[in-house]
Design a binder for this molecule. Structure first.
Ligand SMILES: *[C@@H]1O[C@H](CO)[C@@H](O)[C@H](O)[C@H]1NC(C)=O
Ligand SMILES: *[C@@H]1O[C@H](CO)[C@@H](O)[C@H](O)[C@H]1NC(C)=O
Length: 332
């Protein structure tokens, strides 16, 4: 990935000036990707019994303003509901994206292969089904189609990008949010990690966002970590081919991209299963949402400045980012 230095002049200048004066750098403006965008998202629920019969129930977020927008297919995590991500998805949609978030299980989580198969069916439904459920003034541009997933949904997104699912759809970019491929003992099927660097046969640009606390176990309870070493973001990044970027939110945990108070029993469960960050979740959601918006704008619109700024000056993010890396050394 090219990193032209010239466009960082302003931030870099502020930073060197601050160093000269011995103060912390203070940026005069917040990067716009980290705050709500100019569009007003509306949400649309489409259940499987609707006349447009999507293969799975969908939660859709779309700008309400007239326009043609890129599309994001978003996969929720293991045993989580798509509506637990409302705040994050609204943030992204407010920057001009249509988001389609299927609910991939009803009562019991499906097997790995079934989940991937359902995800592929939703991807294939998009060209015929999505236009019929969008407001009349909104058009989906499926030539710009992103795969994004959290946790096991991140792994599902990688599986589709690897071409291991039965879909005709082409994808343009891929984001894994704290992706997890299994537990400490085994990968869930279909197994995609090979433990060989650069081995993913994926030709589209990839961003992997990890959490620092995901690999930690919850205190005295006999709970396994939510994103164990060996099957988490680090290994997903290691197996990526360039262009691939890696960001780690050091002080946050696996569930911290969810809404503040996910409802119901499953919501309670999601709150206590993993080690959570001590800080409020809002900055973490804005950080993850902002990285995704900047990454997509980089590849879809050729707007490089925001993404490169986050990469080169990670302190502009609302939460602390570490291990910011581009590409793996040794990949061709
Ligand atoms: C995906 O790309 C291939 C090759 O460019 C093309 O033939 C095919 O029609 C595309 N599929 C869709 C669903 O657009
Ligand atoms: C990688 O994927 C491409 C296109 O999907 C395929 O043609 C190629 O054979 C694959 N390479 C390997 C090493 O599997």
């Amino acid at each position: 990935m090219e990193l032209p230095p010239s466009i960082f002049v302003s931030h870099t200048a502020i930073k060197s000036m601050a160093q000269l004066l011995g103060t912390k750098p203070v940026l005069s403006t917040v990067l716009p990707v980290f705050i709500r965008g100019k569009y007003h998202p509306t949400s649309i629920s489409v259940d499987s019994s609707s006349p447009y019969s999507p293969p799975k129930p969908l939660q859709i977020f779309t700008p309400s303003e007239h326009g043609i927008y890129p599309v994001i297919l978003f996969f929720h995590g293991f045993y989580l509901y798509n509506y637990f991500y409302t705040d994050l998805l609204r943030h992204i949609s407010s920057h001009g994206f249509i988001i389609v978030a299927p609910q991939l299980f009803n009562i019991m989580p499906p097997s790995g292969p079934d989940e991937v198969e359902s995800a592929a069916k939703v991807a294939d439904w998009l060209p015929s089904g999505l236009p019929s459920v969008l407001p009349g003034n909104v058009e989906a541009n499926l030539v710009k189609l992103a795969l994004v997933g959290h946790s096991r949904g991140g792994k599902t997104a990688f599986t589709l990008a690897l071409g291991l699912a039965n879909t005709n759809q082409n994808f343009s970019v891929l984001v894994g949010i704290d992706p997890v491929a299994g537990n400490s003992f085994c990968q869930i099927n279909p197994k995609i990690l090979t433990y060989i660097p650069c081995s993913f046969n994926i030709s589209i640009p990839v961003t992997v966002i990890g959490t620092g606390l995901g690999p930690e176990s919850k205190g005295c309870m006999p709970m396994p970590p939510c994103a164990p070493k060996g099957v988490n973001h680090e290994e997903f990044f290691n197996e990526c081919k360039p262009p691939c970027a890696h960001f780690v939110a050091t002080n946050y945990g696996h569930m911290d991209v969810l809404d503040d108070d996910p409802s119901g029993l499953v919501g309670r469960f999601s709150d206590c299963m993993c080690v959570n960050g001590k800080g409020p979740r809002d900055p973490m959601r804005r950080c993850v949402g902002g990285i995704i918006v900047a990454f997509l704008n980089n590849y879809f619109e050729g707007e490089k400045v925001d993404f490169m700024t986050i990469a080169n000056e990670p302190y502009v993010s609302p939460v602390k980012l570490d291990q910011v890396k581009f590409n793996i050394e040794g990949c061709d």
